[in-house]
Design a protein around this ligand. Structure first.
Ligand code: NAP
Length: 651
């Protein structure tokens, strides 16, 4: 790769004042800097010398001595100066063997070799986006014009899909029920809403951002990012806001979906599309509990995803029902201002501390991300690995483990003990409260939450934790299982989503009836989480068994599904075929593998009740796979898995 004149000029500016540069490099994280130096220089000696001080992938697990850091900075300045003076090109991605050595040293453990293709794609060194699907033969405009794709929803997944369709020149339309882009991040505006995957990884690999203010951004910052990606992509003419897909019916005679769409004013129209891609999300429809007496409550009552900002909570008596990811963010945010907060905890969740949770990204680090060649890429690798598959082996059941009720294996028990220690210290030694908030099931049985001052909030004078179910709601409060009434001016329902009925309430009718007939009330299944037999030319993003339970990023998973869908659409168009329908055999075989894998993992532990499982106990939302495995499964498209109707499509 050649270095452009502007790049050379930027490098010259960078090294013009070595003392200033040294001071700036001193503000950066050691490991990404070390990786940049190794990459630019080809010299691995410092990597080796720093290796013993790197215990894990998070920056707080690294303790490289100051003299070694100073040497790294000196050498870094020398190598940058050399690039500036010679104008030589920045190196391409490291060769696989070097990449492996760099990755291993950088995270303090051996990274499976299987990861390397995925790392190269994620880091995208040549800037061409290796995940972009390219035509294998010239496609005439008249051929492209015969196809059109309808994308449902413009959240993270739908937006990525729209961008890739536009890049490929495939005609498409996006229908979004809200008046703006963002999906779940647009809808969830509750106090404290924030992501719990670090943003430098929880963002598109094809559109990284060097300017995040936080490692774990709050809702508005994420929306700002999504909006800027949307505007840069210039999708305007393709998008219909405030329109909602009501149903999609497949017409086998013309190989088209008839998609019924409802406008904001209630009027409806039908849109025809060869292909429908759902980006309607998993955590989309609030789950409103059916509690005795709910309708009698006189004050405001709203769900976390439908926060009523017109209600001033200052000084009010608030009852919060639910202590999942949303509830754990809401309570610490509202407790300081409300008069009294009663939290109903039906069952406890595990929560981990992360020192970076509320930390701001310093101007120094932002500068490095924006200015040091490749720093942003290696930084992404660090965070990707920190949050991905490392924990998965500890979520596997050991059949000989002597304490199977509370943990799964020795590593899982160690996590359990660390978590309890953390809770004990946060609760100031209140053993009674500790007993109430300690789950009986193994760590990760429900989603592992991040402790953003949740436990400390429970120790506040104006906060009370009530355990057990809600007995009933009255006009003025909430009654617990012991018959004690907790007065309420406002009730917040942090009660989760209808995750087991994806695509709901859209009616999807394929060649053999409705998707509800195939899935029943709560048993969604799909091949690779994306396609379902008898629903030709229909693709689901963030579909069944694709939610990450042990780590990773929903954006990563959705990019995998977008690529797979694009590969499928390419196959369709290059063949000028009318339809493709996944065959029963690969679909069943894949789902057998998913179920067999889950049987070994924590989410099927008998002591766990979570939103991942349906009423029969089958895990329907979560992926059992390591990230790299799911990436490998979705990185190619096997036409043999599909019945492809090769009759040429007609316009
Ligand atoms: P959730 O995890 O499903 O939690 C719902 C809570 O409501 C649970 O504590 C549940 O109790 C309780 N509940 C439900 N019905 C109840 C009833 N009838 N009576 C009493 N309690 C009841 O929902 P969520 O907190 O909205 O989170 C859902 C998912 O959204 C998360 O797992 C995560 O994937 C995503 N999310 C992510 C973030 C983030 O990135 N930081 C933030 C928010 C949400 P049980 O535990 O006993 O079922």
């Amino acid at each position: 790769m050649m270095t452009s004149h502007s790049d050379v000029a930027a490098l010259k500016d960078l090294v013009a004042e070595p003392h200033l540069l040294d001071a700036r490099l001193a503000q950066l994280d050691t490991v990404p800097l070390l990786l940049v130096y190794t990459h630019l220089s080809g010299d691995e000696s410092l990597l080796e010398r720093c290796r013993p001080y790197i215990k894990g992938a998070w920056s707080f697990e690294v303790d490289v001595p100051a003299d070694l850091q100073a040497e790294l900075r000196r050498k870094m300045i020398a190598v940058l100066t050399d690039y500036a003076e010679t104008g030589r090109a920045l190196p391409p991605a490291p060769e696989l063997e070097q990449l492996q050595r760099m990755c291993d040293a950088a995270v303090g453990q051996v990274v499976p070799a299987e990861y390397m293709p995925m790392v190269l794609e994620e880091l995208n060194f040549d800037g061409t986006d290796a995940k972009t699907v390219r035509w294998r033969k010239p496609i005439a405009n008249e051929t492209l014009a015969k196809y059109n794709v309808l994308v449902i929803g413009l959240g993270y997944s739908g937006l990525a899909m729209a961008i890739k369709l536009k890049e490929a020149g495939i005609p498409f339309t996006v229908v979004e029920k809200n008046d703006d882009v963002g999906g779940t991040w647009y809808e969830n505006t509750y106090p404290g809403v924030a992501v719990d995957t670090p943003n430098h990884f929880y963002s598109y690999s094809f559109r990284t951002e060097s300017n995040w203010d936080h490692y774990f951004a709050q809702g508005p910052e994420i929306i700002k990012y999504i909006r800027s990606v949307y505007h840069e992509a210039e999708l305007g003419e393709h998008v219909r806001f405030e329109e909602e897909v009501v149903s999609a019916i497949w017409d086998r005679h013309i190989a088209q979906w008839y998609v019924r769409i409802r406008r904001k004013d209630g009027s409806e129209y039908v849109h025809c599309a060869n292909v429908v891609v759902s980006g309607s999300g998993l955590l989309n429809r609030p789950s409103i509990p059916d509690i005795d007496g709910m309708q009698d409550f006189k004050g405001p009552m709203f769900h976390s995803a439908r926060w009523d900002h017109s209600v001033d909570l200052a000084g009010k008596r608030v009852v919060q029902i639910g202590t999942g990811a949303s509830g754990m963010q809401i309570a610490p945010s509202i407790a300081p201002k409300v008069g009294h907060l009663t939290v109903f905890q039906r069952s406890p969740h595990w929560a981990r501390k992360n020192p970076l949770l509320f930390a701001e990204v310093t101007d120094g680090v932002k500068w490095g991300l924006a200015n040091i060649p490749y720093y942003t890429k290696w930084y992404r690798f660090q965070l990707l690995y920190a949050t991905s598959d490392g924990v998965l082996p500890s979520l596997r059941k050991d059949p000989n483990w002597p304490e199977p009720e509370t943990s799964l294996n020795a590593a899982n028990k160690a996590i359990r003990e660390q978590l309890i220690e953390h809770m004990r210290s946060e609760l100031g030694g209140d053993e009674e409260l500790l007993a109430k908030v300690t789950p009986t099931f193994p760590p990760y049985g429900k989603r592992m939450l991040r402790d953003g001052n949740w436990f400390r909030t429970l120790t506040r004078d104006n906060v009370e934790l009530v355990t057990g179910p809600v007995a009933r709601i009255t006009a003025t409060g909430v009654v617990d299982k012991d018959g004690i009434k907790h007065p309420a001016d406002v009730i917040v329902l942090a009660t989760g989503f209808k995750a087991q009925a994806p695509l709901s309430p859209i009616e999807i009718i394929g060649t053999k009836g409705s998707i509800r007939d195939h899935w029943g009330e709560d048993n969604p299944r799909a091949y690779l989480g994306v396609t379902v037999p008898h629903f030709p030319n229909f693709f689901i993003l963030y579909g069944p068994n694709t939610n990450g339970g042990h780590g990773g990023s929903a954006v990563f998973n959705s990019e995998c599904q977008v690529r797979y869908t694009m590969l499928a659409i390419r196959e369709l168009i290059e063949r000028e075929a009318a339809s493709m329908d996944v065959r029963e055999e690969p679909f069943e075989a894949y789902n057998r593998l998913v179920d067999a894998e889950h049987a070994q993992l924590v989410w099927t532990h008998p002591g766990v009740k979570n939103w991942y499982r349906n009423k029969d106990g089958r895990v329907v939302t979560n992926s059992p796979w390591r990230l790299c495995h799911y990436r490998n499964l979705t990185a190619t498209f096997n036409p043999a898995d599909y019945d492809i109707e090769t009759a040429k499509v007609t316009a």
